[in-house]
Design a binder for this molecule. Sequence first.
Ligand code: WTA
Length: 588
Amino acid sequence: MLGTHPDRISKTTNPPRQKPNIEDYDLARADFSWQTANSKLFGDVADVCSSKYNITYNCVDRHAEDSRRDKTALLYAAEDGSTERFTYADLKKQTNKFANVLSGLGVNKNDRVFIFMPAIPERYIAFLGILKLGAVVGTMFAAFQEEALLDRLSDSEASVVVTNTELLPRIQNIQSKLPCLQKIIVVQRGSTELPVASNVVAYEAAMQDASDSFQTVAVKPEDFAYMLYTSGTTGKPKGVIHSHSDIVQAMATTSAVLDIQENDIYWCTADIGWVTGVVYGVLGIWGLGGTSVLYEGRFSPENWYRVLQDHKVTVWYSAPTAIRMLMGSGVDTASYDFSHLRHLCSVGEPSNPEAIWWGLEVFGLPFHDTWWQTELGGICISNLPALDIKPGSMGKPLPGIEAAILDPAGNVLAPGQQGSLALRASTVQSLMKTIWHNQGKYDSYFIGDWYISGDSAYCDADGYFWFVGRNDDVINTAGERIGPFEVESALVEHPNVVEAAVIGKPDAVRGEIIKAFVVLKDGVKTSDELKKELQQFVKSHLSGHSYPREIDFIDHLPKTRSGKIMRRVLKAKELGLPTGDTSTLENY
Ligand code: WTA
């Protein structure tokens, strides 16, 4: 028992509201083969280059060419309550046009084109148009500031960025440091005139002139499709590369886990700058020919409840921090009509049992936790509609996926034993293809055929996996993965800072918050104003959301004799835990 709640939500007493796509987990697991899943989608296309493998063909063209042509693919809901609908036929036309625009600018297969836009429909048209051309699409959060942008655009050697008028200055301020950047395509959406510059292309004008027919570029399943920068403990963010064949796992899991069926109205709250926004905001839902809601506006409980109600959302994929914020807001839910909702899922951070029980109370439905990572390209461990939920557990490995808990030598541990969460690499079809320009980093993820996730976990006797924590210093704040190094690098650029170390500090709403320990230059006085200034400094240089919510000034940082910052010592002190072996530390 957990508090006053039982430790299991039975699907016999809480059955799914609609017959789920997978009714029997064991049977589905026994029956599953990636070969069958691939031939179901690609038919008998031999393993040669074909437009059939292109993600955009699978997400758009084949639906536009059949009975789904007039079905709503994208329902855009702006904060002011206005809406725009795009059918599959519209998406086909628009993505053809955008592919022609890029082609006219000289973009070729494998070139990197990045998207830096708020949640507006054009970013989906751009995303799919880039893929249609066989170029590699990268996405970035609209909250990113110049340092974060520069790291990603220079490492990827992107030749084009697609942005909007509001965000354009951030790209223009760094363009002199980006020798590979040829063009900036700017969406105006009725805003004021564009600055005249030879490398700036007006999106609307270019789209108007472009032809709406385009031959989707043939690709091989393993050809690069999208890239996302993600953080580890050390160094700058790394470019994780995914391929066109990811579509198969995206669709299989959107069907198995999110349980998307023909008449669903689906809302994935994740931003496209995050892997969830790519795989479950684009690939999976449109691969299955579904209808997806895109909400552009601020988070507020009232706004979100209105989206659920007004658009009659049936399947909702969200994140624990958002759920905790809704829960903690105290906004009365009784006046909203959530009767269309039938299935709820969450991702990105540990899902606390209270949030699951709250969902059951308010929506009459439990949240189904799902686990995966940027590198994996699709959900690997999850709770399923027809499987009992053990609140707090991530669920079971999906059909086709083999997961295990390993000791440091790579041996599989018995149920109940805590260790390193690993996946049999050959069983994850959407596993990354490489790390951009960093094969060594890619290789470091594997022990034999095991992909090592960096999470520690255990598996119970019933085969349910339970998250314990990270094995490294990566911070997970509000579901977002933040590398301490990036924040530290931003802090030390402030003229008053000598050095800085950053940790994740447990937080009831955000899972963790970023806490910084800062060593100031001799003679600089500590003050609350300086703390605020440093916070603002990180916000304006790196990103609006990855700034330290807490700052402590200290005299020196704990370091190994070779100069490596020992963040775990700071974290242990912060949490009042034993600091462990400090004999290798200098100065501490
Ligand atoms: C964490 C997000 C607990 C985990 C799709 C993982 C989770 C990292 C869960 C990946 C979950 C993700 N329960 N922790 N259900 N889902 N995580 O790459 O530490 O942004 O390694 O991918 O988030 O974060 P990423």
